[in-house]
Design a protein around this ligand. Structure first.
Ligand SMILES: Nc1ncnc2c1ncn2[C@@H]1O[C@H](COP(=O)(O)OP(=O)(O)O)[C@@H](O)[C@H]1O
Ligand SMILES: [Mg+2]
Length: 362
């Protein structure tokens, strides 16, 4: 592990953290942002679902769709840290606004009940909107580094398919499936159709077909711009200024998932910078403890319980070591970084700075 994460990030302006839910993507994204701001860069982190206390400490008590500055006094930093919590629905509205040729077509879509449901419910739309926002900040703002935390998809790969899924939907494939909801069309429709029908169940009253056809005809007006934008968003993901970090845990399943994700990134020609294994259990040397404990603790029952805890810990550490080794040997040429399991949740700037010190020592 001779490479340093800082070297991998040097010269990049976009860093995207992917991985399955709960592995520490949000924490890692925020910690890298802190570390790079401490090193003097102007950094923005786009986060998706920060735990409440972390959101509070980043000044993200409210969902806002523009980055706001984070006070770095507590941790000393030369640079600037900005944070934003993505509002996918508001971003979708902004996209509509951007591509509507005039006020009337804009209102037709924004006021349409199908749109109002779909913009929140469409599979992949949250993921797509995150990338859309990233693109916008890259175009319009002057950050040195943008860090994107990705949504807690059940399947981390949803994220990578999102642009395609959203444009296909807008192109009207889902509509075609809807108007022929029986027979072959319905059988192959699968997920796309179930999204549409669940949206429709929620839109009650009025003339559904009229709403739907108006939605799709209004969308058709801005389709060209939308599709072109999606292509540029995808191109940005492949740009050499961009790097992906796969975040994973040290247990069996996350490690497998990380391997899968790595393959998918390669398939999609998306640049993988590093794999980060978070919450690795450090080895505990029970041998030494046994001798020590025998001296110090008279109560044999208590001693046994403490030793059992040590043994559990030792097994966990051994398992983690083995999984990390598997991950390393399966990722030739890709640096793998480890962050240990910490004794406390990370919910404030000093906590993030500590996490960052472990991930990327100064
Ligand atoms: N190395 C670590 N040690 C201890 N707790 C951690 C560590 N990394 C993350 N956590 C905690 O795990 C929880 C989930 O982390 P989070 O970053 O929200 O995951 P994700 O975004 O992948 O769902 C949070 O409460 C966080 O504080
Ligand atoms: Mg998260």
């Amino acid at each position: 592990m001779s490479a340093h994460l800082e070297t991998i990030l040097a010269g990049r302006s976009i860093c995207i953290c992917v991985g399955s839910g709960g592995v520490g993507k949000t924490t890692t994204s925020a910690a890298i942002a802190v570390a790079m701001a401490q090193r003097g860069l102007k950094v923005a982190v786009l986060t998706i679902d920060p735990a409440r206390r972390l959101a509070d400490s980043l000044g993200l008590a409210e969902l806002g769709n523009v980055p706001s500055p984070v006070e770095l006094e507590e941790i000393e930093g030369e640079g600037e840290l900005w944070a934003m919590m993505l509002d996918p629905k508001a971003t979708f509205d902004e996209v509509i606004q951007r591509y509507s040729p005039d006020e009337e077509s804009r209102q037709r879509i924004l006021g349409n009940r199908i749109y109002q449901q779909i913009s929140g419910a469409l599979a992949g739309s949250q993921e797509y909107m995150a990338m859309e926002k990233l693109y916008e900040l890259d175009e319009d703002e002057d950050f040195d580094l943008l860090i994107l935390d990705t949504p807690p998809s059940r399947n981390a790969l949803d994220f990578l398919d999102a642009p395609r899924r959203v444009t296909q939907f807008v192109e009207g494939r889902a509509m075609r499936l809807f108007v022929r909801p029986t027979g072959f069309g319905a059988r192959i429709a699968g997920r796309g159709f179930s999204v549409v029908s669940s949206v429709l169940r929620r839109v009650t009253g009025g003339d559904l077909i009229a709403d739907l056809s108006e939605f799709f005809s209004a969308m058709a007006v801005l389709l060209g711009g939308f599709r072109e934008r999606a292509e540029r968003v995808e191109a940005l993901l492949r740009d050499e200024r961009t790097t992906f970090l796969v975040v994973t845990g040290p247990a069996g399943e996350p490690v497998k998932e990380a391997g899968y994700l790595r393959g998918k990134l390669a398939e999609g020609d998306l640049p993988l910078g590093a794999v980060i294994v978070n919450r690795v259990h450090a080895a505990a040397d029970a041998g030494d403890q046994r001798l020590l404990l025998a001296d110090v603790i008279g109560d044999p029952d208590l001693r046994d319980r403490i030793l059992a805890a040590y043994e559990g810990r030792r097994l966990l550490a051994a398992r983690d070591r083995e999984n990390v080794a598997t991950l390393r040997s399966g990722s030739p040429g890709v640096p793998v970084f480890e962050v240990p399991e910490l004794s406390e949740e990370i919910h404030d700037l000093p906590g993030l700075a500590e996490f960052a010190r472990l991930l990327m020592p100064a």
